[in-house]
Design a protein around this ligand. Structure first.
Ligand code: NDP
Length: 388
């Protein structure tokens, strides 16, 4: 039986993972499930899957979780230390699907124990990519990409040499504001930003898709995970989201990965890797699709893409600052305190303010430095917003 844990079990990726597990429950021994505020879902899944332990990220929600699990024999725990302790429990496969930089520490801990980490939490690679990969190598652990674009590239590289790759093209749906003008974008509302045309995802990544911050994170994630140079990574807008990524080789061949926009595809690939198993995803009917649409991305209307290039150029702690500033600006947008286009402006200002300290070309970056840069970037966004 495969021992598995799911971090971020109550979220969109977590629930898709659980859907796959429940279809073949006899093959899995569920060690830990973690969630945040959705205690009812966490307790229900822990019961259904007979998990050893369920953990909420929030200390004050522990009594509620204990109540919901009473009489089951399933352990209940809460808080950051409990998440880290759960990540250290022996498991063959761990899904990292907490949203945001909060996902970094449990994933890092899991790697120390040589597990196979299915990484949906792109923020881990953006904020601390080199550290994470070094930790995996040190402990003979494996990181498998779950982001659909990165899973697609990973699959496109099976049997290939990375040295023969000329470029990687990741697709972007363009989000709900693909055709909007800059003036229209200024007035974009939360409800409008939460309507993704092709993917069904958590609220935060959905808004990040509308602003293209999600694609910006993914460009950096591509660089870190595959060890490519920034000029080898391209983005193409492809509204249908049927092609997830393309790998271009030095002989000019371009290998595309296609599939229905359903995250159970990439999750299932990581779950069963290196095998392929039957997955409950729609099979594409190409004749019905008829044609595929592509457009160049617009870095003027969606400055997050341009900022991602600056971040890769700077290196060092720039990814941590970029992500933390983006997360804080996103919180402010969700709270109705800033407009849609203010998010990119705030992130750009914070990157500019901190640029002198960021690159650390000659310094060995530590996790503590990542957390410090993260905290400072968050504080700077709040201070800039307070002064506006
Ligand atoms: P959701 O918002 O749907 O779920 C996030 C999960 O993290 C929930 O279980 C939530 O708990 C938990 N959580 C929230 N805050 C914290 C915290 N501070 N500490 C610990 N746990 C917390 O996110 P998604 O599933 O959409 O995304 C998860 C990750 O996967 C993100 O990094 C995202 O970028 C990435 N990803 C997502 C895709 C998708 O299709 N959704 C596609 C590709 C990548 P609760 O809900 O109980 O509060």
């Amino acid at each position: 039986m495969k021992r598995i844990s799911i971090f971020g079990a109550t979220g969109s990726i977590g629930q898709s993972t659980i859907d796959l597990i429940k279809r073949d429950q006899g093959s899995y021994n569920v060690v830990a499930l973690t969630g945040g505020a959705n205690i009812a879902q966490l307790a229900q899944d822990a019961r259904d899957l007979s998990a050893d332990i369920a953990i909420t990220a929030y200390d004050d929600r522990l009594p509620e979780l204990r109540d919901a699990l009473s009489g089951t024999g399933i352990e209940a725990a809460a808080g950051q230390a409990a998440l880290i302790e759960a990540a250290a429990r022996p498991a063959d496969w761990i899904m990292s699907a907490i949203v945001g930089a909060a996902g970094l520490a449990p994933g890092f801990e899991a790697l120390k124990h040589g597990t196979c980490l299915a990484l949906a939490n792109k923020e881990s690679l953006v904020t601390a990519g080199p550290l994470l990969l070094a930790e995996a190598a040190k402990h003979n652990a494996r990181i498998l990409p779950v982001d659909s674009e990165h899973s697609a590239v990973f699959q496109g590289l099976v049997g290939e040499q990375i040295s023969e790759v000329e470029r990687v093209i990741i697709t972007a749906s363009g989000g709900p504001f693909r055709t909007w003008s800059t003036e229209q974008l200024k007035g974009a509302t939360l409800a409008q930003a939460c309507k993704h045309p092709s993917w069904d995802m958590g609220q935060r990544i959905t808004i990040d898709s509308a602003s293209m911050f999600n694609k910006a994170l993914e460009i950096i994630e591509t660089k870190e995970y595959f060890g490519l140079s920034p000029d080898q990574i391209e983005v193409i807008v492809h509204p249908g989201s049927y092609i997830h990524a393309l790998v271009g080789f030095k002989d000019g061949a371009l290998m595309a990965h296609m599939g229905a926009p359903d995250m159970r595809h990439a999750i299932g690939y990581a779950l069963h890797w290196p095998e392929r198993r039957d997955l409950p995803v729609e099979r594409l009917d190409l004749a019905k699709l008829g044609s595929l649409q592509f457009e160049a991305p617009d870095e003027f209307r969606f400055p997050a893409l341009r900022l991602a290039r600056d971040v890769m150029q700077t290196g060092g702690l720039a990814g941590a600052v970029f992500n933390a500033a983006k997360e804080t600006a996103l919180d402010l947008f969700i709270a109705g305190r800033i407009g849609f286009t203010d998010m990119a402006e705030l992130v750009e200002q914070v990157l500019a303010q901190m640029s002198l300290d960021l690159s650390h070309q000659d310094v060995q970056i530590s996790l503590d430095m990542v957390y410090e840069a993260d905290a400072e970037a968050r504080a700077r966004v709040l201070s800039l917003q307070a002064r506006a």
